[in-house]
Design a protein around this ligand. Sequence first.
Ligand SMILES: Nc1nc2c(ncn2[C@@H]2O[C@H](COP(=O)(O)OP(=O)(O)OP(=O)(O)O)[C@@H](O)[C@H]2O)c(=O)[nH]1
Ligand SMILES: O=C([O-])CC(=O)C(=O)O
Ligand SMILES: [Mn+2]
Length: 636
Amino acid sequence: MEVYAHANNSLDGLPSKIREYVQEKITLCQPSSFHVCDGSEQENQELLDAMEQAGVIRRLKKYKNCYIATTDPRDVARVESRTIICTKNMNDVVSTPRSGFPPVTDPNLPKNLKQTPLGNWMDSDEMMEVMEKRFAGCMRGRTLFVIPYMMGPYSSPYSKVAIEITDSPYVVVSMRIMTRMGTQVFKELKVPDGSTVVKCLHSVGVPLPSDKPVCSTWPSNPEQTLITHFPERNEIISFGSGYGGNSLCGKKCLALRIGSSLAKREGWLAEHMLIMSITNPEGVKKYFVAAFPSACGKTNLAMLRPKGLPGYKVECVGDDIAWMHFDEEGRLRAINPEFGFFGVAPGTSKSTNPIALDMVHENTIFTNVAETSDGDVYWEGIDQEIDGLHETLIRSWKNKRWSVDLGEPAAHPNSRFCTSIKQCSILDPEWNNPQGVPIEAIIFGGRRPVGVPLVFESFNWQHGVFVGASMRSESTAAAEFKGKQIMHDPFAMRPFFGYNFGQYLSHWLSFGKKEGLQLPKIYHVNWFLKDSQTNQFLWPGFGENIRVIDWIFRRLTNDSSKKASARKTAIGLIPDQSTSDGIRGGEVNPALLEISNDFWLSECKAIRNYFEENVNENLPKEITLELDALQKRLSQ
Ligand SMILES: Nc1nc2c(ncn2[C@@H]2O[C@H](COP(=O)(O)OP(=O)(O)OP(=O)(O)O)[C@@H](O)[C@H]2O)c(=O)[nH]1
Ligand SMILES: O=C([O-])CC(=O)C(=O)O
Ligand SMILES: [Mn+2]
């Protein structure tokens, strides 16, 4: 679908500053028509129908209101190398690496771009010029959509109103699932002229008629792709990609990159974290947040169905992003700024995540999954008996007839489902509370096949911040990295920092110095340890992760007769399996709780190098002290 037949060409009713902004972008982008989205069911259905007719999405016969979109194979994930934060001063975003910046070799990237492992920076005026050129006439032959939306619950003091301008109807229908979308959000404005609204401009970057060969059902412009953020102007400008985190600007661009920079200025935290509640068999309820890098288990933990320990209940508040503030009593409270899930499909099955599998069979947009000839979805690890699998045809994400013999996956490893939060059957009753939910534990984690134990508790807030800063994890298909390299991913935020990581650490540390705060305890978990001989996971994971959550829960109780004991090690406190109150509910392979001094000393070395190389003069002294102390404990 290129031009939307039902476009309502009127900007009446928009706040004055928004109207000016939209008018300016219409002049720049020269679309054939424009449409202000009201967020209604009718508008949504008309868009879906038009896209289906144009072959952009295919309806799944087997389910109600479910569709598959398949992308240009060059546009399948976030592109971190082309994601840039633009400000006046470089040091506000990145530190100068000790060995200097690498030269920019890609001719399609601006020469003055500064690329670092902790984010990319460019001068905002210069980038504005680059983007003006890319956007001039870029929507010719298409409809420009104006999407008013809000991140966070209605009437929450913590929510933010935004608009996204886009020429992609896929973005419109996805944003309607992922956010609270429609003109009603303007009623939430504290400044009626709209001057505080976060502004996002997105284009797939393929004006029509196109002079290049393009994928007609998924136009994109990978050579010219740039995902840019202007925290000093509260603006996001994204060009060339239609994919998730690159194009649904509310998610990573606003909720994390602009969000973290707003959070720093306003004294709160915007984090890549799930939010869950846990109710124990006695009916005591606690809320936890957890930060794992992309494709490392947030959605699965947020929807955990307990296995192995009776009587526990888990409910979900959010699976990807948490905005957190300390309230007047000094408690940390979290809201989920999103309204939907953009979850990894592969690996989602009845046994691993039945809650997610149940919720995606209605009103869901799948991207880059495979389809069976009877109108069902298919992906690696769906673990589903397909009737007469041999006769059933599977159409791969590349739109080709698929069989195992092809030696490539049927669904892309980063294929996703996009579903409203309301379809989650274990939604926490407080999920939409404008004040958020009180957080008692912060859990960090990553994919570490060796060395990092199943769980450890940090000694205190400052040590916990160091644990977050030192996170490393195996790379996944959620971004463009190839293979399974162990990458530094502090706070699971490496791709999402909106300002200098050194200052981010100071911001986190500052809460440890404030009087009267009830600081949550900080943990680190690792579900992904492997047996070096068999290459099998040592921990069953998924539902049985409740056994680790149970230990954390029992560490947090004030009742000393119920509090779980812990064993002190150099890296932190771990479950004591020589007592009966360690990890419960079944076997625990001793290798899961082994601490090797050699491993951790080499880890210290890698972390020190990384900090010295990439954070250097912006590294808070507290972090160096923690690293020195860890090294000392390990050497004793
Ligand atoms: N072995 C093992 N795999 C897991 C576990 N939890 C999740 N996974 C797998 O890890 C992959 C990603 O899991 P998700 O829960 O979707 O990860 P996420 O952090 O929400 O990912 P993003 O949406 O990219 O931020 C899936 O293929 C899961 O099946 C676990 O406890 N053990
Ligand atoms: O941003 C995306 O495309 C999906 C996501 O949640 C992540 O990568 O963390
Ligand atoms: Mn994510």
